[in-house]
Design a protein around this ligand. Structure first.
Ligand code: NAD
Length: 298
């Protein structure tokens, strides 16, 4: 297939590499010359503008930082919807707010073009290995057209419903993750205060009702889960800045939709304080260090 790929950073770069490896022709655009050069070295073609990357393609994939860039690239006067040939399928894999995702999808629909929101989980490791999870919003027909291509970049592809529902699934999931990580950190710090060994708490909770992914796959203390970032000084992994972005998107959506999410709000406030203290690039499980400080421990 002829594919346009816009935004080839930490995630988009390896995703586009996997499309090249699968034999597709990939034309890339990014503001960062080094990101483009890496794809050109792997057999991609450089486009001079987003519109040039999108014109005459079967599929256009975007992987951009936030809703602002997505809106600008899709809807602007020199935007990719205006440049696209009839029949082009757009897949936005960025994590953005639900309202923008629905607005851009409606604009695509009005132009007679198919569009999916397809945010991912799995991080840079999953992007490189082609094992991402895609949470997809959009029509059945567009999903059917995208499925094989998404399987080139991911392992689990879930159709979550109509436009914006991929983004909705992503922020709901990450709100659970942010809240549960803080709860697990609080439990370990309380255990330290009570003289209960990390490994003992892990062994018991992993088999009890406190079991969750933050504990058993991403344990915030070194030892029980050797692959977790706690064992490498909280090198990300999934950065505090990213978790804060997703928790804020969840709060924004909760406000707009009229859903009460007080634990999500508290998690967003705690991650904001932690980021402001200079921890934005660290792994999000490092928030245990702030819980310890607040408990009067170093
Ligand atoms: P990144 O900053 O590494 O990549 C974004 C790329 O977009 C950069 O190369 C940047 O130059 C480019 N860009 C920005 N504005 C542009 C514009 N106007 N025109 C063209 N290119 C532009 O970020 P990333 O880590 O690849 O994340 C991308 C998206 O994926 C974000 O929405 C993020 O929330 C989401 N995400 C990231 C991870 C992760 O672990 N990194 C995991 C899941 C989801």
């Amino acid at each position: 297939m002829q594919i346009g790929f816009i935004g080839v950073g930490n995630m988009g770069g390896p995703m586009a590499q996997n499309l090249l490896r699968a034999g597709h022709k990939v034309t890339v655009y990014d503001l960062a010359p080094a990101a483009v050069a890496a794809l050109v070295a792997a057999g991609g073609v450089k486009a001079a503008s987003p519109a040039a990357a999108a014109a005459a393609r079967d599929v256009v994939v975007t992987m951009l930082p936030a809703g602002r860039q997505v809106r600008e690239i899709y809807l602007g006067p020199k935007g990719i919807l205006a440049a696209a040939a009839a029949g082009t399928l757009f897949i936005d894999c960025s994590t953005i707010d639900v309202a923008t995702a629905r607005e851009v999808a409606a604009a695509a629909d009005a132009a007679g073009l198919a569009m999916l929101d397809a945010p991912v989980s799995g991080g840079v490791g999953g992007a490189s290995a082609g094992t991402l999870t895609f949470m997809v919003g959009g029509s059945d027909a567009a999903f059917a057209r995208a499925q094989a291509l998404l399987e080139t970049m991911g392992k689990t592809i879930v159709h979550a419903g109509g436009a914006g529902n991929g983004q909705a699934a992503k922020i709901c999931n990450n709100m659970v993750l942010g809240v549960s990580m803080i709860a697990v950190c609080e439990a370990f710090v309380l255990a330290e205060k009570l003289g209960l060994d990390h490994q003992k708490l892990f062994d018991i909770s992993a088999k009890s009702s406190g079991q969750c992914w933050s504990l058993t796959s991403y344990c915030p203390v070194p030892g029980p889960v050797p692959a977790s970032p706690a064992n490498r000084d909280y090198q990300a992994g999934f950065a505090v800045a990213m978790m804060l972005k997703d928790l804020r998107l969840a709060q924004e959506a909760a406000k707009t939709a009229g859903a009460a999410a007080p634990m999500g709000a508290e998690a967003a406030a705690l991650y904001a304080a932690f980021a402001e203290a200079g921890n934005a690039p660290r792994d999000f499980s490092a928030i245990i260090t702030m819980i310890r400080e607040r408990s009067g421990q170093a």
